[in-house]
Design a protein around this ligand. Structure first.
Ligand code: 13P
Length: 258
């Protein structure tokens, strides 16, 4: 069975103490009363990684990741952070290609291919984000657009490497807007992504690939979205910032996966 995953993208929120207190409260709230099948990945700002890796050390089902990394392993890149550094403070995952990085920091498919390649040798699993704008969808070009993102940033990987990758489909128009994609739209894109990967790498890799949905996912819509056959969990922004709004999303995935 494919991994079921909820990833929490804190974006640029929560100072050191607030983040620590929040993570401790979250651990208490998610204490597994029974078997939890959903893996949880917290993606805080860099400043939290070292402390949270200690806080979460004994939690089998809660992991840590970063929101970005540089494509080089070290060097004179003021203000940047490299994959081996992230690994050294306990990160096991890294977001690559979030639409905010693409739009606000001019990250393109070629650069993102380098970041994916840079993360893998350090046992950092990329959570690769893809997704179209409202204009592209209005023209019906969403699948071609996402395909190009996958081809240019992921399809240089070997089969062994792509097996380490998680894909997150986040339509840009749904991020932070309260406008969630419908289950039909989400399923159609997730199925298309799975079939693109299957065509490139074969049935076994395509079937095992976790594909998460992101974009205004919340406690109200999580259950119906996670019930889609090709949706393996969520990448959550705003609703991951409070225990009360995040835990029901995790519960929704556990219910669907049970
Ligand atoms: P929201 O859940 O706030 O729409 O953000 C989604 C997102 O960008 C997660 O990476």
């Amino acid at each position: 069975m494919r991994a079921k995953i909820i990833a929490a993208n804190w974006k640029m929120n929560k100072g050191y103490h607030v983040g620590l207190t929040f993570a401790q409260a979250l651990v208490r709230a998610l204490e597994p009363p029974t078997h939890h099948s959903a893996q949880i990945i917290l993606l805080p700002p860099f400043i939290h990684l070292s402390t949270l890796s200690q806080t979460l050390a004994i939690q089998q089902h809660i992991h840590l990741g970063a929101q970005n990394c540089h494509q080089d392993a070290y060097g004179a890149f003021t203000g940047e952070i490299a994959a081996p550094m992230l690994r050294s403070v306990g990160a096991q995952y890294v977001l690559v290609g979030h639409s905010e990085r693409r739009q606000l920091f001019n990250e393109d498919n070629r650069l993102l291919a380098k970041k994916v390649t840079a993360a893998l040798p350090h046992a950092l699993k990329p959570i690769f984000c893809c997704g179209e704008s409202a204009e592209t969808r209005a023209e019906g070009g969403q699948e071609a657009f996402v395909k190009q993102q996958l081809v240019e940033s992921l399809f240089h990987l070997t089969a062994q490497q792509i097996a380490q990758v998680i894909i997150a489909y986040e339509p840009i128009w749904a991020i932070g807007t309260g406008k969630t994609a419908t289950p039909t739209e989400v399923q159609a894109m997730h199925q298309a992504i799975r079939s693109m990967v299957t065509q490139q790498y074969g049935e076994a890799i395509g079937q095992d690939l976790p594909i998460l949905y992101g974009g205004s996912c919340n406690a109200q819509n999580a259950h119906v979205l996670f019930s889609c056959p090709d949706v393996d969990g969520g990448l959550i922004g705003k609703a991951s910032l409070e225990v009360a709004s995040f835990v029901p999303i995790v519960n929704a995935l556990n219910e669907v996966a049970a």
